[in-house]
Design a protein around this ligand. Structure first.
Ligand code: FDA
Length: 407
């Protein structure tokens, strides 16, 4: 059997794994990165609609979820969004702020992958693609890893950077969780996050005509009191776009709230933020009672949405023919629509996995397992999940950088 002895073996050539490899390589460590995919950074390539939302100017601990949301702080402070922007600038990659501090490449996400692979080359890192892991054993102080190409690698450090379970058809496996468990580390419950939410068939039927309609919205969610670890006690609120789909709801505000929502719980949606639908509709009734109800509502929300809301509330005809109480109920459906999704679209479309390797088992400075010296978990595989908007890549860069200083 062909075997090699190195300092650091990193499994996963995604955002976190490549950043870690660069830093460890710069320290003179003999580093090899392996990935079962045929190309490095596949999720980077498809991210941000092909332009990669690579960080967020406003990144802080407040943008992350997990059983201990403060765990991420140390790494986020050691390698910040500004450090990553400097790296991007050094490589001459043009970028712009789209909205809410979200930074995107002007041209292509491939530029970020190229930057990372160039930096790995410069740092002397070996990259093996199309190679998976068969077994991992502890051999004294070292790790003995048998690869599925029939070779064996022994390394002082093993860095698990295999990401989460989202988009299985792109190579996501959940393998990192198995390794954690094998070495006695707890893995918190995992579930799809940053994912569209789905409705039961009856509600879907009512909302069918709305598929494709998008609005600016405020979406709210409050977890029940007994919700358990990692679930904030206070209400969570996002104001971003919302899209009606053939299955339920999507758009940034819904993806954001999906990380907080659980089956059986309701969300409340304001479909006309900053507008008082009741006041506007009642004023319209006073001014011109002959106006059709759906026309008046259509001045507050898009016409198709107004028509569907009126149909759902069984309101047709002129404003003057409808009592104020009913108009107020209609307005409530605009400003405070409370709805219970039945599920989510799952890992097939989820941008990230919520939960992962218990951060209580990891050193927050280095990402090393407290009870297994030399074993590191970085990026999405750990129980740190960011909001939509570049936060998840920033976590990958920061945690990869942190591990790269000590693996
Ligand atoms: P990542 O998943 O990137 O990499 C893991 C690597 O490990 C993969 O290359 C995989 O092939 C490999 N691997 C897995 N199992 C293995 C095994 N058993 N053996 C060998 N290799 C294995 N975030 C953001 O901040 N801005 C954005 O714009 C977007 N956009 C976006 C779009 C879409 C469609 C998705 C699905 C996700 C995003 N994200 C995002 C989230 C972001 O992509 C994600 O958080 C990071 O890629 C996580 O980086 P990691 O390096 O931890 O895992």
């Amino acid at each position: 059997m062909k075997s090699s002895d190195i300092d650091v073996l990193i499994v996963g050539a995604g955002a976190a794994g490549m950043m870690c490899a660069i830093e460890a390589g710069k320290r003179g460590r003999r580093v090899r990165v392996i990935d079962h995919a045929r190309a490095p950074g596949e999720k980077i390539r498809i991210s941000g609609g092909g332009r990669c939302n690579f960080t967020n100017l406003g990144t802080s601990g407040a943008n992350f979820l997990g059983e201990n949301p403060r765990f991420a702080l140390s790494a986020l402070r050691r390698f910040t969004q500004h450090d990553f922007i400097k790296m991007v600038d050094r490589h001459g990659i043009a970028w712009h702020e789209k909205t809410l501090g979200q930074l995107f490449c002007d041209d292509s996400a491939k530029q970020i992958i190229r930057m990372l692979t160039d930096e790995m080359k410069a740092a002397g890192v070996a990259l093996s693609l199309g190679v998976g892991v068969k077994t991992v054993e502890r051999a004294g102080e070292r790790f003995q890893v048998d690869l599925d190409d029939g070779s064996r690698v022994t390394a002082a450090s093993l860095v698990v950077a295999t990401g989460g379970k989202s988009i299985p058809k792109m190579g996501a496996t959940g393998w990192g969780y198995e390794v954690a468990r094998r070495f006695g580390l707890r893995v918190t419950d995992t579930r799809p996050a940053l994912v569209p939410l789905t409705f039961e068939p009856g509600l879907l039927e009512q909302l069918k005509p709305l598929a494709g309609v998008s609005v600016d919205a405020v979406v709210r969610h409050k977890a029940p009191k007994e919700a358990g670890p990692g679930r904030p006690a206070k209400e969570t609120v996002f104001r971003e776009g919302l899209l009606f789909t053939h299955r339920g709801l999507s758009g940034p505000s819904i993806l954001q709230i999906s990380s907080y929502w659980r089956e059986g719980e309701a969300i409340t949606v304001d479909l006309a933020p900053g507008r008082d639908a009741a006041a506007e509709i009642l004023a319209a009734k006073t001014e011109n009672g002959k106006q059709a109800v759906h026309t008046a509502v259509g001045h507050v929300v898009p016409r198709r949405l107004a028509e569907a809301l009126c149909a759902r509330e069984n309101l047709s005809g002129k404003l003057a023919e409808v009592g104020d109480k009913k108009l107020r109920a209609l307005a409530e459906a605009v400003n405070a629509w409370t709805v219970k999704p039945v599920g989510s679209e799952g890992y097939r479309t989820a941008e990230v996995t919520l939960g992962g390797v218990d951060t209580a088992a990891l050193d927050q400075q280095t990402m090393e397992a407290k009870t297994v010296p030399g074993l590191f978990f970085i990026g999405e595989v750990a129980d740190v999940t960011g909001w939509l908007g570049g936060y998840n890549f920033q976590w990958a860069w920061s945690s990869g950088w942190a591990a790269g200083q000590s693996c």
